[in-house]
Design a protein around this ligand. Sequence first.
Ligand code: NVA
Length: 294
Amino acid sequence: MRHFLRDDDLSPAEQAEVLALAAAMKEKPFEQQPFAGPRTVAMIFDKPTLRTQASFAAGIAELGGHPLLVEGKLAGIGHRESVADVARVLGRQASAIVWRTYEQSRIDEMAAYAGVPVVNALTDEFHPCQLLADLLTVQEHKGALAGLKVAFLGDAACNMGNSWALAGAIAGMEVTFGCPDGFAPAYGSSTVTDDPVAAVAGADAVVTDTWISMGKEEEADARRATFAPYSVTSDLMGHAKPDAIVLHCLPAYRGSEISADVLDGPQSVVWDEAENRRHAQKAILAWLEAQRHD
Ligand code: NVA
């Protein structure tokens, strides 16, 4: 049984295979329907969501399946009943489980007991589905991934920083993190600098994320001050390659981690990126399902 709990659950060859499947599914959205029947895929959200819920629900429907929304707060996973018991119950109803939650250890436990593939729809540590969408978007705009220079600016000590460190390396990209001391990714072995200009120099793609991840709201003021020099502005973009693209997983806070003119400008690919969540997630669900029958 394969799961997708963190970016390095896929080897380089498997990551490329999933991205190729995503591109094919984008071109012909209804050709492959591994969940036709219909079968059910459970989605659980312990944290806020817009893109993830919408793109999984639409994608599961396009795969011929039925998306079952389980309210994280109502289910009370880990206190009303244990993660292991929830996993055993949902694994008897659904063909796969998609979960957005807090600690990675929770989704690891879900995977250990579910008996069906489990997909990480964001944890404190990783956001691997977003990375598949990001890589698909870069591939579409740049033609290939290996050898490209990526600069990630701002709070790299979060799920997006960790996932870029792992998935970028798996794709053969050179990822440089421009972040204050103490805010480097905790995973992977990437280049880190506290100089935002050095980070973006010659970059093919510039990536940022909110400075105030879900759960960090109480630190908002301190964080705005800490990360201010790492805002992706048109001045900073002047140091990247002239044809560099800009990615942001959204939600975006214009005037904080990114300026409005960059987010809404010609280098921004954020709406493609948001759309590509659906294609990328369809591909990982279909790929995991195929592994069960191999
Ligand atoms: N780092 C952000 C990503 C949002 C999709 C968060 O965890 O809130």
